[in-house]
Design a protein around this ligand. Sequence first.
Ligand code: 5AD
Ligand code: SF4
Length: 437
Amino acid sequence: MKRLFIRTYGCQMNVYDSERMAEAMGAEGYVTTEVAEEADMVLLNTCHIREKAAEKVYSDLGRLRPLKAAKPDLKIGVAGCVAQAEGAEILKRMPLVDLVVGPQSYHRLPAMAKAADEGRKSVDTDFPEEDKFDYLPERPKSAIRPTAFLTVQEGCDKFCAFCVVPYTRGAEVSRPADRIMREAQGLVEKGVREITLLGQNVNAYHGTGEGGDWSLARLVRALAKIDGLERIRYTTSHPNDMEDDLIAAHGEEPKLMPYLHLPVQSGSDRILKAMNRKHRAEDYLRLIERIRAQRPDMLMSGDFIVGFPGETDSDFEATMDLIRAVNYGMAYSFKYSARPGTPAAEKTPVPDEVADARLQTLQALLTAQQRAAQESMVGREVAVLVEKPGRLPGQMVGKSEYLHAVHVLSDAAPGDIVRVRIDASSTNSLAGTVVAA
Ligand code: 5AD
Ligand code: SF4
């Protein structure tokens, strides 16, 4: 028996990929450990989206030096988007690394680990012909929690001017619908109650399936028919791929949860154009109106970038106006980070102090909106999918339809859904009382 330690950076797809890599290595006799010092192999599943995330990988690799020195048989692998973007460069910069594997070839990880055991280093950043999912083992029951991620689509063809994703994850590819249905069915049989469909551009999903092309809406409607699957979510979406049938599904399909992550990045038409987002602020606002017409309680989430090259005070004010108009329940915001190889990286950056100040102003507004959305839940009844025990005796923690964490005294088991009246709101969670099982 060998031990595998995986550290995951970045997005939810990396979380999913790490699980699948652990399963692939599990089939080779590796068990996962939470303690790097115990591991026979350390795998960093990396993120390249912003400079800070990418550089962190190198400092973390540096920190593994004493461990490798004490344990010469320790194997170190780099997976994910830094692996894809930098490939063999990583071996040059960090000779302690044994293998580098990109996000499309991690079904080959077990073979690469074997090679490493035999003293051979390897780099695989192919976009292979074969579909990695066909080569990964079925998901073991031990790995199952009430909620699961399921990748349905990978890659992006949008080429936003700031973004490395089209280069690291490649072109848009949708998995065939029947494979997704089978994977979902398997998860539900093992106890999963909520599935979050993942894709870099998930609402661009168009997979082959029975009767021809399946849209994301069609996939959602088919998944909703699986008995025992109670909740469906999807992330991340692009506004321009929000098709009519998907908007309609939000009004018609009760298993589709009222929480939507729909990044807009900026509220300024000038900046949106420079970002190559291919829509105006107004289009986004109208889209949200149409979505809320289907689901008035929809909790909106978004991503924002401040300090994109050329952003003026009035561009920034336009973003603030858009945020006020939407009223977000959740949001992620970032200072623009120039990424090598992207078109925006050629442009003159906004001074750091200006970008920092704007980020603070924007985050203050988003935090206030988030807090207000959470506080508006007090006195309301929500359905909580119980996930695990809380810190206090008899307490359980789960998520509401709106993805708020909820603490509740209950003898419900993970996977149960309980009706809860919300009594209080704290910084990061709600607390409530069970009203009926
Ligand atoms: N700089 C800052 N933020 C970025 N994002 C993507 N690329 C960059 C970049 N170069 C943000 C976007 C995207 C989220 C996943 O990360 O907001 O939606
Ligand atoms: Fe990057 Fe998203 Fe734009 Fe694709 S749509 S290029 S993943 S920000």
